[in-house]
Design a protein around this ligand. Structure first.
Ligand SMILES: [Zn+2]
Length: 279
C-alpha cells in the first residue's frame, strides 16, 4: 500500500470509529440520564400509582413554581421550542418549533400574545418539529431559524439562535410533557421537576385542535428513537402532565391528551392538576 492510500485508509477507519464512538457516547448519555431521572421524586411517586395532584405539592419548590402574573410579563421570559433540551434561562413559554406547525388562525392568536413583550424568541439546532414541517429537506433547521426570526420581527421581539452547545442536555432526556393551561407555571425553572417538553398552546388560547397535534408530535419524539424510546413501558410510562387553571380546563385538556397518545398504549400516561393560580 502506498503512503497516500494508506493514509486515506486510516482516515476512513478513523471516521468509522468516530461514528461508532458518537453512537456509543449517546447510548451512555441516555443510560445515565435515564438512571438519574429514575431517582426523581415525582417519577418515583408516579410509579407507585399516586396521582399528580397528591404528589406535586410535596415536591420541593412547588410554591415558587407558580407566578402571580403571566410568564410573558416576567423578567427574563423566553419564547422557545417545546424541546426540553432548549432551556436558555428564565421562565419559558413554548410551542413546538416556535409555532411552525400552526395554522393561520392560531398563528394570529400567537402573534397577538407575543406582541411587544420585549422577550427573546429562539430558534434552535436539530428541531424535531421543524423536521416534521419540512420532511423533504435534510437540512430543515434553516426553516426553524427563519420562522423564529420572522416571528420576532413581526411581534417586536428579539431573535436568538441556539446551537447544540447551548443545550441543557445533549440528548432528549424528557420524562414528561407539560400541557400548560395557565401561562403561570414555571416548570422549566423548577430544578426538582423531571426534564420535560412544554406545550403552552392552551395557555396562549390556541384552538383545541392544535394541542392535540402538538402532544402527539412531542410524545412521538420521547417515545421514539430520538428520545428514551424503548425505556418507556407500562411500569415506566412517559407522562403527559396537564397544568390547568380550573377543573373545566383540566377535564378538557386531559381528554385532548388521552386521545392524542392513544396509539402509544400504556407507554404514555395522562394526568393533571388544577394549578394554584388566580385569573
Ligand atoms: Zn424544536
Amino acid at each position: 500500500m502506498n503512503t497516500i492510500n494508506h493514509m486515506s485508509h486510516e482516515i476512513k477507519n478513523m471516521n468509522n470509529m468516530g461514528s461508532q464512538h458518537e453512537h456509543h457516547d449517546h447510548e451512555e448519555l441516555f443510560n445515565s440520564a435515564w438512571a438519574e431521572s429514575q431517582e426523581n421524586f415525582l417519577v418515583k411517586g408516579l410509579k407507585t400509582g399516586k396521582r399528580i395532584e397528591d404528589l406535586l405539592p410535596n415536591l420541593p419548590g412547588f410554591n415558587d413554581a407558580f407566578s402571580k402574573v403571566s410568564l410573558l410579563d416576567c423578567p427574563g421570559c423566553r419564547f422557545e421550542c417545546s424541546d426540553g433540551r432548549v432551556k436558555s434561562g428564565g421562565p419559558k413559554v413554548a410551542l413546538a418549533g416556535e409555532g411552525i406547525l400552526l395554522d393561520d388562525a392560531d398563528r394570529k392568536i400567537l402573534i397577538e400574545a407575543l406582541r411587544g413583550k420585549n422577550l427573546p424568541i429562539t430558534g434552535h439546532e436539530s428541531c424535531g418539529a421543524v423536521k416534521m414541517a419540512h420532511p423533504e429537506d435534510a437540512n430543515s433547521d434553516k426553516y426553524g431559524y427563519k420562522g423564529a426570526e420572522e416571528l420576532a420581527a413581526e411581534t417586536g421581539n428579539k431573535y436568538e439562535a441556539i446551537d447544540h452547545g447551548k443545550f441543557r442536555s445533549q440528548v432528549h432526556d424528557e420524562r414528561a410533557l407539560v400541557v400548560e393551561g395557565t401561562l403561570k407555571f414555571n416548570c422549566s425553572d423548577w430544578t426538582e421537576f423531571p426534564p420535560q417538553f412544554l406545550s403552552s398552546a392552551a395557555a396562549l388560547g390556541l384552538s383545541d385542535a392544535y394541542p392535540a397535534k402538538e402532544v402527539k408530535a412531542l410524545a412521538g419524539i420521547a417515545l421514539g428513537d430520538h428520545g428514551f424510546g424503548g425505556r418507556f413501558d407500562s411500569n415506566n410510562p412517559f407522562y403527559i402532565i396537564v397544568s390547568a387553571k380550573d377543573s373545566e380546563q383540566l377535564g378538557r385538556l386531559l381528554e385532548i391528551g388521552r386521545a392524542a397518545v392513544k396509539d402509544f398504549g400504556d407507554r404514555a400516561k395522562v394526568d393533571g392538576f388544577v394549578a394554584p393560580v388566580k385569573e
